[in-house]
Design a protein around this ligand. Structure first.
Ligand code: ADP
Length: 413
């Protein structure tokens, strides 16, 4: 770090020292680079006179980019005409030394903006050569050695700020890469596990049925075939989900929109659910019907199926309440259960691809793709899907979809 390179502040007065300490505090809690620079420049202005300040960053061997510039004093109203001290910055970079220069560009007795004083300082943090900091004063006073000395502290801290910023960026990039790797590893682990389980059943029961040394009675044969049938469905569902998810990611999932009666769809869903499981208790409350939305019926049914099957999976034995209402110009559909709920720290993640609440019953199978797909589909309908849950009390999913305008053409049932 630069700290050891910043000389003892022996020649600074009390006010200057206070300012430098204030600047160093900005550096240590630095978050956003430009905001921190603004703050440092604001503090520096209380003890150090300048009109312009420019920070040039040494991008590579031959390029010098202004990465931050502020006109504070006299130059503020005529920014277009300002000299930003690029030649001075170039000299600083070349020599790696402080450069002090005066430039007279016309009759400065009439226009003091034409009498310019530049102070260029190298920005070095550790062994990293960051660039140059240039201060400009219009019409003086000229930069004395004391001024330069004070400016060195400011430059030193700004260099630290950059080093700190780079470090943070590098760390967050590393963290993001690690996160991605972790997600990919989790993905491969989850998907291979999920594919293997049904495949294992199918292979095992098919092999058993094919054994020549075994004589299965009719009931056992049917049982084995039913398992093979169900596991094949599960495998197909899983592959469909994976395909949907990657199409949604790449934006290639096509939607076929048409006017759809949402109350009818919810009634159908209930019937389907009850046929699937006679013990399933669903309560439907369609306060507003008929109600039309513009939707892709297959995709919307997929969302409803998913929410119902999640309630069955994660809240076994609970009644599922489905309600339809309107809110402003939106249809508001709710799926509620009185199951175990979702811990509050996990709730914000449930729509994330591959996310599953940790430590839940391992016999409940899933990939963490369902809700991700639901959200993408609802968003493609210009709608919104959210979840609220009280751990131990149950979960409610809310879907909002724009109601179709009566005058918007086609009709359907
Ligand atoms: P999957 O069911 O394949 O794991 P989903 O994306 O459908 O994936 O759901 C993500 C996670 O959200 C589930 O793993 C589960 O932990 C949680 N979850 C979803 N619905 C409910 C619910 N009704 N009650 C409790 N937890 C739920």
């Amino acid at each position: 770090m630069m700290t050891d390179k910043i000389r003892d502040p022996e020649n600074l007065n009390a006010q200057e020292l206070d300012a430098i300490y204030a600047i160093s505090r900005v550096v240590t809690r630095a978050s956003e680079l430009d905001a921190s620079l603004d703050e440092i420049i604001g503090i520096a202005r209380t003890v150090f006179i300048f009109d312009n300040v420019v920070l040039y960053v040494h991008e590579d061997a031959d390029s010098l980019e202004p990465s931050y510039a502020r006109a504070i004093g006299r130059g503020r109203n005529s920014e277009a005409d300002l000299a930003w001290g690029e030649p001075i910055a170039n000299d600083v970079i070349k020599t790696r030394k402080i450069v002090v220069r005066q430039e007279i560009t016309g009759d400065f007795t009439k226009d003091r903006m034409k009498d310019r004083y530049f102070l260029g300082l190298p920005l070095i943090a550790g062994d990293q050569y960051i660039g140059a900091l240039v201060f400009v004063r219009y019409g003086g006073p000229q930069f004395t050695p004391e001024h330069t000395h004070l400016a060195e502290y400011i430059a030193g801290h700004i260099a630290q700020l950059y080093e700190h910023g780079n470090l943070v960026t590098q760390l967050s990039r590393l963290e993001a890469e690690r996160q991605l790797e972790r997600l990919q590893d989790d993905f491969v682990a989850t998907v291979s596990h999920e594919l293997r389980t049904p495949l294992g059943f199918i292979k095992g029961y098919a092999t058993s049925l094919l054994r020549e040394d075994a004589d299965w009675d009719e009931e056992t044969r049917r049982e084995f075939l039913t398992i093979i049938d169900e596991e094949t469905d599960r495998l197909r569902e899983l592959i469909d989900n994976l395909l949907d998810s990657s199409r949604l990611q790449s934006g290639t999932l096509r939607m076929e929109f048409q006017p759809v009666r949402i109350d009818t769809m919810l009634k159908d869903l209930t019937l389907r659910g009850k046929t699937f499981d006679k013990n399933l208790y669903i309560e439907v409350d369609l306060q507003t019907s008929p109600l039309k939305v513009r939707a892709d019926p297959t995709r919307l049914a997929q969302v409803f199926d998913n929410l119902l099957s999640n309630a069955i999976k994660y809240a076994p034995g609970s009644t599922v309440n489905i309600t339809l209402n309107t809110q402003d110009d939106h249809a508001h559909i709710q799926f509620s259960d009185q199951g175990p709920g979702i811990p509050s720290q996990d709730l914000p993640n449930i729509f994330t691809r591959f996310f599953r609440v940790p430590n839940q019953n391992p016999s409940v199978r899933g990939t963490g793709l369902g809700l991700f797909i639901c959200r993408r589909i609802i968003n493609a309908h210009d709608g919104e899907i959210t979840a609220e849950s009280k751990y131990g009390e149950g979960t409610t999913f809310h879907i909002y979809l724009p109601i179709m305008n009566h005058s918007s053409g086609e009709d359907s049932n």
